[in-house]
Design a protein around this ligand. Structure first.
Ligand code: GDP
Length: 296
């Protein structure tokens, strides 16, 4: 298992109980809340389970486990496939607060695309931090993928525009655009995102194929709040949740999908370029219940 090891262990422990009783239901409820699934979503899941128990539909611990798995899978259902355009280049715009793992996620997708014979182009449109530009360049060198970058302080939308034009001119398949994510009062981050989105749409003559919001899976309900803010500014098409390798929580995956209805498209499970899993709701729910280790 490459993610949420503690949570999976907790569920495995709970389901070793012999009887379906209030104690079992309370432990499940508490585990979901402690895992950051959030009160509202937890109640939604648990009311279905409680209803099943009351009506005699769920009588064994195994039936409760399967019902919980199916309820989680149902909540996570959505358009999880990543969109690649028939008209190249495909453009994926990455947004999110600094430190959530945007740059690393871009490197992971670059690797994933290369493995499928695609040529990715990385674009450093976070021009507010020299370190962010350098970091993307380092990944570009490591992966042998080209990087479009301007100097620090340049207009991020202009860099994004250049990236799309360069991909068109040089025949790259997928443009991965990194953006700034500092939450600062003097800097209107969300306005900047809108501008980049507008300019990319103009250069591409259609909207970006994906606007991916990167969220830190350890941030819990804070990640839900970030998602709400970004979704109000730009049309987010999918979510990538990072750092699910090192957390006992990660229930925010379920809360975010439930609250915003935006599909989760991939999860990050480590710091290397290979630590990315495409998201499959059924496999994720099954893995959470300790059923399989096949999510890849
Ligand atoms: P950005 O500021 O959003 O571009 O974030 P970075 O890509 O620089 O990542 C911030 C930190 O999180 C770095 O130390 C990354 O190595 C780490 N990180 C990113 N994704 C993951 C992940 O899936 N798991 C773990 N454990 N660390 C991650």
């Amino acid at each position: 298992m490459r993610f949420l090891r503690n949570l999976v262990q907790r569920f495995t422990q709970i389901f070793q109980r012999q009887q379906v009783d209030e104690g079992l239901l309370e432990e499940l409820e508490e585990t979901l809340i402690l895992a950051d699934v959030g009160m509202a979503t937890t109640e939604k899941i648990m009311s279905d389970i409680r209803d099943g128990v009351r009506r005699g539909r769920l009588t064994t611990v195994e039936e409760v486990r399967a019902a919980l798995r199916d309820a989680i899978a149902a909540l996570l259902q959505g358009e999880t496939a990543l969109r690649l355009s028939d008209v190249p280049p495909t453009v994926w715009l990455f947004v999110g607060v600094n430190g959530t793992g945007k740059t690393t996620t871009i490197a992971k997708f670059a690797r994933w695309l290369q493995k499928r014979g695609k040529k990715p182009l990385l674009v450093a449109a976070d021009t507010f931090r020299a370190a962010a530009i350098d970091q993307l360049k380092v990944w570009g060198e490591r992966l042998q993928a080209p990087v479009i970058a301007h100097q620090m302080g340049a207009d991020p939308a202009a860099v994004a525009f250049d990236g799309v034009q360069a991909a068109k001119a040089r025949g790259y398949d997928v443009v991965l655009i990194d953006t700034a994510g500092r939450m600062h009062t003097k800097f209107n981050l969300l306005e900047e995102m809108r501008k980049i989105h507008r300019v990319v749409t103009k250069a591409l003559e259609r909207e970006p194929d994906e606007v991916l919001l990167v969220l830190d899976g350890t941030a819990g309900q804070n990640a839900v709040a970030q998602a709400e803010r970004f979704a109000a500014a730009v049309p987010i098409t999918g979510i990538v949740i990072t750092k699910l390798d090192g957390t006992a929580k990660g229930g925010a995956v379920i809360a975010i999908k439930d609250r915003l209805g935006i599909p989760i498209k991939a999860i990050g499970v480590g710091e290397t370029a290979d630590d990315l899993l495409l998201f499959d709701p059924v496999a994720f729910a099954a893995a959470l219940m300790g059923e399989n280790d096949t999510l890849s």
